[in-house]
Design a protein around this ligand. Structure first.
Ligand code: AMP
Length: 551
């Protein structure tokens, strides 16, 4: 088994894989030299799949068989508002499975979103193996900072389904900060502004040598490059409406074709002051062609999309407030994600933060590079088992904890130990109480790893089971938060109500993963505590790597 640990940015739109070789992080290309791989899976009629760049053209040609943006669905329950909102915008069907998770339907097959993620990951793993000439079995996978428990677990499962041992889930902005600052012995505060295809995140970090401490993180999972594409689609359908009195906006296949074009024109507008295209479409339900000349200047695009960019800046304000720091206290601004190539985004962030973004960092590759830098340090620790014990995992934990405990504020960690990441919880976590109020157990922006203990009593005499809904979110009202699962305490020894006291400890590890344990205070015995996470599929479905077509 190889010691290499690759770093993977499993993006909504595109994915990138990187590895550290001889101390240097490199991005792994496909056979054509392309370094960025669309997170797209095309299902051929013969059952084989095509992934990445070769799958891209099928989005317009065979939209019902070509799955994209599965990351927007991963780890969410079918009934979640996000999935309800997204369902209408995909050309493929999303259907519920018996366990309440969503499935992507292609022909009569139902694929869990993590199965799509697994195919993308498996493709990246194969690219790396071809490139490196050796097997690749271990990975650090980057996830959005505001991914919740269900989304993190599903991503980890996708990695396992792809045949990868997921050594660590790293938050995308933290990975970006590593790529920016690791090895540079920096002492500064940076803002990582990450605008991708489907989500927006901002993270403020303090760098002290090789300590990367997150001060705050905030995000909007409804904001991304797709919003700009939707604006362009509306502009295009308006032109058809004006010139031909035909409303194309409700036709899903037309929208799908226009979506591909919209994204293309949006990217062109990042380089050109104006774009012009002849667009030919059919009147829905007929073979009658209609055509328009579509023209758009960057100026008009900026005006139409200003509110989208401003929404991202509101989230930045929230992150600053949470960290209790002023814009002027930040030293650098790092732009991450494809959407930051839009000149309007660059101009507005420059204005807001009152500084030039750091240049020379590729916004598409920076997250994967950071993940591989972390992977490289794990691989190094693996090769040096004397650090903290025989197993890599033990070594890492021991190192992390020693550093964390001995580290005063503002102090650096030893340079030769690899980076120390101090991340935070993106959302508060709590339990629903009477009146629809969330009883917060773990606060937002708490430093990881952390644990918090609460005491629960029974409400009826001789009650042996308690079930509590667990919520995540930053509001005190549960209806504004997201239910992530259920906590079930069973086998409680019978006793008078309120005399029975159960101590419940919630723990979040450095991967951002939640676990729970419970103790009966009278007997001191461990209680059976089960945390079932919504959006977690109970069947791992078929994913047969032999069906993958490598091109
Ligand atoms: P990411 O999730 O970071 O891969 O970002 C993907 C998003 O970036 C998609 O919405 C792309 O359309 C968008 N994007 C990529 N390149 C450009 C560009 N040159 N101009 C504008 N948007 C871009």
């Amino acid at each position: 088994m190889s010691d290499l640990v690759v770093g993977i940015d499993l993006g909504t739109s595109n994915s990138v894989i990187s590895v550290v070789l001889e101390g240097e992080a490199i991005v792994i290309p496909d056979s054509e030299g392309r370094r960025i791989h669309p997170s797209i899976v095309h299902f051929r009629e013969d059952g084989q799949t095509i992934v990445g760049n070769e799958a891209w053209r099928f989005r317009a040609e065979k939209p019902r068989r070509t799955v994209y943006s599965a990351k927007r669905l991963i780890g969410r329950p079918f009934e979640s508002p996000e999935i309800k909102m997204l369902m209408g915008s995909f050309p493929f069907s999303i259907v519920p499975a018996n366990d309440g998770t969503p499935r992507i339907q292609v022909d009569n097959q139902h694929h869990p979103p993590e199965g799509i993620g697994a195919r993308v990951l498996h493709y990246l793993k194969s690219l790396a193996e071809q490139y490196l000439g050796q097997s690749v079995d271990k990975a650090v996978i980057a996830v959005p900072a505001n991914f919740d428990e269900g989304q993190r677990r599903a991503t980890q499962r996708a990695g396992e389904m792809a045949g990868l041992e997921v050594m660590r889930l790293i938050n995308e902005p933290t990975a970006a900060a590593l790529a920016y600052g690791y090895g540079g012995n920096k002492r500064e505060r940076v803002a990582i502004y990450d605008f991708g295809g489907g989500t927006f995140d901002v993270t403020l970090l303090e760098l002290r040598g090789n300590v990367f401490e997150v001060l705050s993180t905030a995000g909007n999972s409804y904001l991304g490059g797709d919003d700009f594409d939707n604006r362009l689609i509306s502009l295009m359908t308006n032109v058809f409406e004006r010139q031909h009195q035909v409303d194309l906006s409700g036709d899903e296949l037309v929208r799908q074709r226009l979506r591909v074009l919209a994204e293309y024109l949006k990217c062109e507008l990042s380089d050109e002051p104006q774009v012009t295209r002849r667009i030919v479409e059919y009147i829905p339900g007929t073979m009658t062609e209609i055509e328009v000349q579509f023209q758009l200047s960057r100026q008009e695009f900026n005006e139409r999309c200003m509110d989208i960019v401003n929404q991202s800046l509101e989230t930045c304000q929230d992150a600053l407030q949470t960290a209790s720091i002023q814009r002027a206290e930040l030293d650098h601004l790092v732009l991450v994600g494809g959407t930051t190539r839009i000149p309007l985004v660059q101009a507005r962030t420059r204005e807001f933060f009152n500084r030039e973004p750091v240049l020379g960092i590729n916004p598409d590759e920076v997250v994967a590079i950071g993940a591989s830098v972390f992977g490289g340090s794990l691989a190094k620790q693996q090769q040096a088992p004397q650090i903290g014990g025989p197993g890599m995992e033990a070594g890492l934990d021991a190192v992390d904890e020693d550093w964390m405990e001995g580290l005063e504020e503002g102090q650096e960690a030893p340079q030769d130990e690899g980076p120390l990441l101090i991340d935070v919880t993106p959302h508060a976590l709590g339990i629903a109480t009477v009146g629809g109020v969330m009883d917060i157990i773990i606060e937002r922006n708490g430093q990881l790893p952390l644990d918090r203990t609460r005491y629960f009593s029974t409400s009826r005499d001789d009650q042996t089971r308690v079930v509590l809904p667990v919520y995540s979110g930053n509001s005190r009202r549960i209806e504004e938060n997201r239910q992530i699962g259920m906590l079930e305490l069973t086998d409680i020894p019978p006793g008078p109500r309120e005399e029975v006291q159960i101590e419940v400890t919630f723990e979040i590890d450095t991967n951002g993963m939640l676990s729970v344990r419970a103790t009966d205070m009278r007997t001191g015995l461990n209680q059976y505590a089960r945390l079932s996470i919504m959006g977690e599929s109970t069947d791992d479905h078929e994913f047969d790597a032999t069906n993958l077509l490598m091109t």
